[in-house]
Design a protein around this ligand. Structure first.
Ligand SMILES: [Zn+2]
Length: 420
């Protein structure tokens, strides 16, 4: 699938697009971009982060977020590099799949190796050899899901590390400090991810606390050219609370906005029903980020509803458990049907796994617990996700998103190729 170089933004585009930006937006492989001088690379961090929208179709948008460390094509999928690595992948290989930005986890990094150590060693980009942009979460979500002996207060959350039991106090101010020490390009405000389900009163108390923490995050972040701070909308499944939260965040003013409190067990139908109104409550001219999503069909549905950025551990984690995402749905490589199959996971996929290795080989190395199984499966999955994003971007620019989405669902419904 080669992008049409003569493609022009559709008529609804409301920004003037430079041809070089459009070419970048429509490029699929980035192996020739940005990998030149990663060691010793110095970004000009005085440049402000900006967002331009190249095209829209319905509620969907495509564009580029420009940062001193490189441009991010949207809609963007961010692979998760939890502990300063996308598991089983070299950073340059992650980049080659088409990823413009990674997500790092504040909670994990603050405990090990600690933000202070990463800072002493030159920041997270240098530490993990990833010179493109990095977004870090605030740590709040994982404190609630991983840490023990948590105690919430107006001030923040006290907890014990799940690794060694050491005591920590995470507050909006401390979260901003950690994300600054890491050198994160896009910093997330400290919030409480409202659990699901939550009754109206519980959701409201949680949302209001998050809005007070959003203000404290903004105050603590200060003015840092080259870096962006995103606010996070809460309000669970209650439309009026989502609206109130959006208004409060607008009033405080952020560089981008996340729709928080979704992908926490509410199911796709309920998530989409919130996404039918929540993103549009946020400023149209700023990037909108849906945290922790998702499966390929979640991503397509979120993009249709106006989301610009997403992250999920799914492609990498599933790769390590033997699940491959393909155009035709999920393939379980551990299944015995693959053991004599010389065909690739996906005949149309151009990733190194599909070009060079058979299902039979992947089945064998997975069954025998070889490390290469995780490497090859993760590579394919990340490639598949990035190719999906590239397809969505191009379809929006060309004004044929509806057809793209129909094809996407149709091919998946056909299911995997017949066994030999
Ligand atoms: Zn592949």
């Amino acid at each position: 699938m080669c992008p049409d170089k003569n493609a022009r933004p559709n008529e609804t585009a409301y920004n003037i697009v430079k041809s070089s930006q459009l070419e970048f937006l429509l490029s699929i492989s980035v192996s020739d971009l940005g990998m030149r001088h990663w060691l010793g690379y110095e970004a000009d961090m005085t440049k402000r982060i900006s967002f331009f929208i190249a095209g829209t179709e319905g509620r969907a948008r495509t564009g580029v977020i420009s940062t001193p460390r490189g441009d991010i094509r949207t809609p963007a999928f961010m692979p998760v590099g939890t502990a300063a690595t996308v598991k089983a992948m070299l950073p340059e290989n992650v980049r080659a799949t088409g990823a413009d930005i990674l997500l790092g986890n504040t909670y994990h990094l603050m405990l090990r190796p600690t933000a202070e150590r990463i800072d002493r060693l030159g920041g997270l980009h240098k530490f993990m050899n990833w010179q493109a942009p990095i977004l870090t979460d605030s740590g709040g979500f994982q404190v609630m899901s991983l840490a023990s002996l948590r105690k919430m207060s107006e001030e923040g959350v006290r907890f014990k590390s799940h690794i060694d039991g050491s005591a920590h106090h995470l507050t909006p101010e401390r979260s901003m400090e950690i994300q600054r020490l890491l050198g994160s390009d896009i910093v997330m405000a400290f919030d409480e991810c409202t659990p699901f389900p939550a009754d109206e009163a519980t959701a409201r108390a949680s949302m209001e606390l998050s809005m007070r923490w959003a203000q404290r995050s903004r105050d603590a972040f200060g003015d840092r050219p080259g870096h962006a701070l995103f606010g996070i909308q809460q309000g669970s499944i209650y439309r009026d609370q989502r609206q109130e939260s959006a208004e409060k965040l607008r009033e405080i003013g952020f560089d981008g906005y996340a729709v928080g409190g979704l992908a926490v067990g509410e199911g796709q139908e309920q998530m989409f029903s919130v996404l039918d109104y929540a993103p549009e409550m946020l400023p149209a001219e700023k990037p909108r980020y849906l945290m922790g999503v998702g499966k390929p069909d979640d991503i397509v549905g979120a993009v249709e509803r106006g989301i610009d950025m997403m992250d999920c551990v799914l492609p990498s984690r599933s790769g390590r458990t033997g699940q491959a995402f393909t155009r035709r749905g999920v393939v379980n490589i551990k299944n015995a049907r693959h053991q004599d199959d010389p065909r690739p996971l996906d005949e149309e996929c151009e990733c190194p796994t599909c070009r060079e290795y058979s299902r039979a080989y992947l089945h064998h190395v997975f069954r025998t617990g070889e490390i290469i199984a995780s490497m090859l499966m993760t590579w394919h999955n990340l490639h598949y996700y990035q190719e999906l994003m590239a397809g969505l971007r191009q379809a929006i620019v060309e004004g044929r998103l509806a057809n793209f989405v129909a094809d996407f669902h149709e091919t998946r419904a056909e299911g995997d190729i017949e066994p030999l």
